[in-house]
Design a protein around this ligand. Structure first.
Ligand code: PMP
Length: 345
């Protein structure tokens, strides 16, 4: 913990966090005249109950098989990405090492927080981790390193051995974003958390769990890092209805749906290269495919015309010529295939 403590911004280490109105009161009933709320019960007139949020944290912790003190729940994992910067990076001084291409918010949050970003290109075409380059790029001011696995938009997952080597060798905080881990057959980095205090694993309820509209993200890390996140977050970062709805939906068994998405992904991965406009489909451990096309702009426009919206990644360095296509329902995927077939005619 001591070495991680040294990485924390001095103002954050010294922070006296805001204490919410109800932090000191644990009871259920009472005359609540402490938080300037409207007293008339309409279901949401009170600020979110800490007890209910704690119930959600314990439920998610049980599902993830992790101690609740190692789990932070945020307003999407986007909140957790931003908290990494706010907790560890001194604006104008520190930097973050980020793989490229990857999820755009690592860079946007760096820019918002006035933190230098050092982009390290993945190996061309294989999208393998350039482990040596990542470590060479880091210096004493590199507080964060972002690895996304499975990576958005390339779709590939990295081996736990490579992740462990980085956690061991990097002097800052290694952030492994596993938003798509539930679609992957490879094990994630969660198993390494007990061994490395400088590791943060991000996951989300937005993808496999089907709750993107609720906005709940997970950060898993040492109890010390989690306590820092909890101090820096907004006092009530997850709303009452969101907590209740998530608790209800967490009772569902997502495995059949995830299995169907994975089966459709693999089917599309095999089927798409038969079309003349498709040059290559990269192997994917996620719920999307990176597809190299003869004319990505043309295909993108043709799909749009047929009401099929995909993500044009063809101008992103490392993804030249590529569209990123999310796996839909079987019916939606048939529509996609028809549109690609029509374009080739
Ligand atoms: N990480 C990755 C890799 C993503 O692709 C996304 C969203 N597309 C997020 C995090 C953010 O997810 P959330 O909905 O949990 O904020």
């Amino acid at each position: 913990m001591n070495s991680v403590k040294k990485l924390v911004r001095t103002n954050i280490a010294a922070l006296k966090p805001y204490s919410t109105a109800r932090d000191e009161y644990r009871g259920e009933l009472g005359v609540l005249l402490d938080a300037n709320e409207n007293p008339y019960d309409n279901g949401v007139n009170r600020y979110p109950s800490m007890a209910l949020k704690e119930q959600l944290r314990r439920r998610v912790a049980a599902i993830k098989n992790i101690a609740a003190e190692r789990l932070f729940l945020g307003n999407g994992s986007d909140e957790a990405i931003d908290l990494c910067y706010r907790v560890f990076c001194e604006p104008g001084r520190d930097n973050a090492v980020i793989i490229a291409p990857s999820y755009g918010m690592y860079s946007v949050c760096a820019d918002i927080n006035a933190v230098e970003r050092r982009m390290v290109p993945l190996e061309p075409d294989s999208f393998a981790l350039p482990v040596a380059r990542l470590l060479e790029t880091a210096d004493a001011h590199s507080k964060l390193m972002f690895i996304c696995s499975p990576n958005n938009p390339t779709g590939n997952a990295y081996s736990p051995e490579a992740i462990e080597f980085l956690a061991q060798s990097f002097g800052g905080i290694l952030v492994v974003d596993e938003a798509y881990i539930d679609f992957s057959s490879k094990p994630g980095a969660q198993q390494l958390l007990g061994k490395y205090d400088n590791l943060i694993v991000l996951q989300t309820l937005s993808k496999a769990w089907g709750m993107a509209g609720l906005r709940i993200g997970l950060a898993m890390a040492s109890p010390y890092i989690i306590s820092l996140f909890r101090q820096v977050k907004y006092p009530y970062n997850i709303g009452t209805d969101t907590i209740a709805e998530a608790l209800r939906r967490l009772q569902e068994d997502i495995r059949p749906q995830v299995a169907e998405i994975v089966a459709e992904r693999d089917r599309l991965c095999a089927a798409l290269p038969q079309y003349g406009s498709v040059l290559k489909v990269y192997p994917s451990d996620a719920n999307f495919l990176l597809v190299k096309c003869t004319d990505p702009r043309g295909l993108y426009a043709a799909l749009l015309k047929e009401g099929v919206i995909v993500r044009d990644r063809s101008t992103v360095p490392g993804c030249e010529g590529c569209l990123r296509i999310t796996v839909g329902t079987p019916e939606e995927n048939v529509k996609l295939e028809q549109a690609i077939r029509n374009y080739g005619r």
